[in-house]
Design a protein around this ligand. Structure first.
Ligand code: G4P
Length: 531
């Protein structure tokens, strides 16, 4: 038992969120470097290969309509067993990207210092806030000209509504980047170019009390500016408060340069110190403790099989408590069945490893003969609790679907329902029109191609998609209290319902949402659908 507790307590499971190109891949690669999973010389080459592999996979995804790029990386560092959940970006940004955050205990937010808070970060951040998980900020690319540091922090606070506490502070940026000031140590860590991480950097640590020495190394002007900023900072920034970090109300901020490998290990060390062990999760029987309880997990992602001749899939589960053993029998609560999870595996980008055991905090992929749905619970046969469902996230693109051959209605309904069950798309119907008019909503437009391709190839059904101009969808939080047909919206608003009969509203712009709320006092709208 002691070993098992220890195994769980040394796990740290987090997702990295960022806008494409902020440096998520580069930072992850440097983490792996410190974890000894790759070596220094291999890192640059490794990255090029990884890139190549990703783009190849993307082609396959496009062709076969599946998402294979999202993965989990596991590595060891300083006694910790670290699981990094990749949140797919670029074209394959989809609901899965959001769902991945449901499986993480904390998030690392990478921000490009010259760009500040960008669209995709903003979207992913909302999910972190909803879950109240700790968020750690790494402001990257300090070796390039950056925005003013105070303005960057201000932007995070205003745009994302989270207090910031800089753990370190940059001295200059771009060609004038001299390093960072570590507020705890009251010392400057100097920056030296590592030629994209191909050679070891030489970081010196100089106490700020040693004024002459510091000025001689970073220059008098930089030193003077730093002393002024330290004073300002001590007066202006939020106090560090670990409880506020853990509840997601305060984000510790670090500055660095992932490419030149500066500030990454310091970040990793602080992060591991401040972030949490696997967290208890809510179930219908109360909180389930990761250590006290036997094995349990929930499904957060379902991936269709690459081989279209088989309808089987892979279900990704986050283990929430206890130890998983490949031979044990478990209960699939929603399916009301006791079974063995078959072919449990750890999924890396392009590599699969069959597992014998895993612990709370880990992610496993299991063979799914079409029985699992997103949010399902798996636990020990003697138990019957269910984890809280995974919310449905707001799609941003909508289209009306029409069948080309109306004779194939049955296949069409079956196909579209199965694809929706995997969570790749959401289906709605107009409130007034019965089942005839189907509206599909997706988070990323690539999913439209995926839907079309898969219906044609797997179900032999051809469809036409007519794009609709809506960009915002809202669930009605207090649907039992309001009369949906009495809601007065703007002229562009559309009332629809999901497959479970929940009413929803579609809007073309956010102004209309505000207007509708104004016109209907008491109406409560939400960006997340409860399951
Ligand atoms: P992503 O996963 O968030 O999309 O970003 P990724 O790490 O792929 O980085 C995007 C680009 O930014 C890459 O350049 C990468 O080298 C660069 N980059 C990442 N971190 C830093 C940094 O700290 N400083 C600087 N100057 N650049 C950084 P690229 O030209 O697109 O690719 P590559 O040719 O360098 O591989």
């Amino acid at each position: 038992m002691a070993l098992y507790t220890e195994e769980i307590n040394r796990r740290r499971t987090f997702a990295i969120i960022s806008h494409p190109d902020a440096g998520k891949t580069t930072l992850t690669e440097k983490f792996l470097l410190y974890g000894g999973a790759i070596n220094l010389a291999g890192s640059v080459k490794g990255k090029a290969t990884a890139r190549h592999a990703v783009s190849d996979w993307m082609e396959i995804e496009k062709e076969r309509g599946i998402s294979v790029t999202s993965s989990v990386l596991q590595f060891q560092y300083d006694g910790f067993c670290i699981n990094i959940l990749d949140t797919p970006g670029h074209q394959d940004f989809s609901e899965d990207t959001y769902r991945t955050l449901m499986a993480a205990d904390s998030a690392v937010m990478v921000i490009d210092a010259s760009k500040g808070v960008e669209a995709q970060t903003r979207k992913l951040f909302k999910v972190c806030v909803m879950r109240k998980i700790p968020i750690f900020t790494f402001i990257n690319k300090m070796d390039r000209d950056a925005n003013d540091t105070f303005e960057l922090l201000d932007e995070i606070e205003k745009e994302l509504g989270i207090a910031t506490c800089p753990v370190n502070w940059p001295i200059g940026s771009g060609k004038g980047f001299k390093g960072v000031y570590d507020r705890n140590k009251e010392a400057v860590l100097t920056f030296s170019d590592t030629e994209k991480g191909t050679k070891e950097g030489e970081t010196k640590e100089i106490s700020v009390k040693d004024k002459e020495n510091l000025a001689s190394i970073i220059g008098q002007d930089a030193a003077d500016k730093l002393y002024d900023e330290i004073e300002l900072l001590d007066g202006a920034s939020a106090e560090f408060d670990l409880d506020a970090v853990r509840s997601g109300d305060l984000t510790p901020v670090f500055f660095g340069s992932a490419l030149t490998n500066f500030g990454v290990e310091v970040f990793l060390q602080h992060f591991l110190e401040m972030t949490t062990t696997p967290l208890p999760r809510k179930s219908d029987q109360g909180l389930i403790d990761p250590v006290e309880n036997d094995f349990s997990a929930f499904v957060f992602k379902i991936q269709a099989n690459m081989n279209k001749a088989h309808r089987d899939r892979i279900a990704f589960m986050r283990i929430c408590s206890g130890k998983f053993d490949a031979n044990m029998e478990v209960r699939h609560v929603q399916g009301q069945k006791v079974m063995r999870l078959s072919q449990p595996q750890q999924i890396m980008a392009d590599e699969r490893k069959i597992l014998d055991e895993a612990y709370a905090g880990d992610i496993i992929g299991v063979f799914d003969p079409g029985i699992f749905s997103i949010g399902d619970t798996v636990c020990m046969p003697k138990e019957k609790f269910c984890y809280e469902g995974i919310p449905t996230f707001a799609p941003e693109h909508f289209a009306r679907v029409r069948q080309v051959d109306t004779m194939k209605r049955k296949q069409f309904v079956k196909g579209i329902n199965q694809i929706a069950q995997e969570g790749a798309i959401q289906i709605f119907q107009e409130l007034s029109s019965g089942m005839e008019e189907i509206i599909v909503g997706v988070v990323g437009v690539l999913q439209f191609d995926v839907l079309k391709y898969r219906l044609e190839n797997e179900y032999n059904v051809e469809i036409r998609l007519e794009p609709l101009p809506y960009e915002h969808i809202r669930w009605i939080e207090n649907k039992d209290e309001v009369k949906v047909d009495k809601i007065v919206g703007t002229s562009d608003m559309k009332k629809i319902q999901d497959l479970k009969g929940n009413p929803l509203l579609l809007f073309i712009n956010s102004w209309s949402i505000g207007m509708t709320l104004d016109r209907n006092p008491g109406l409560q709208l939400s960006e997340f659908g409860k399951n």
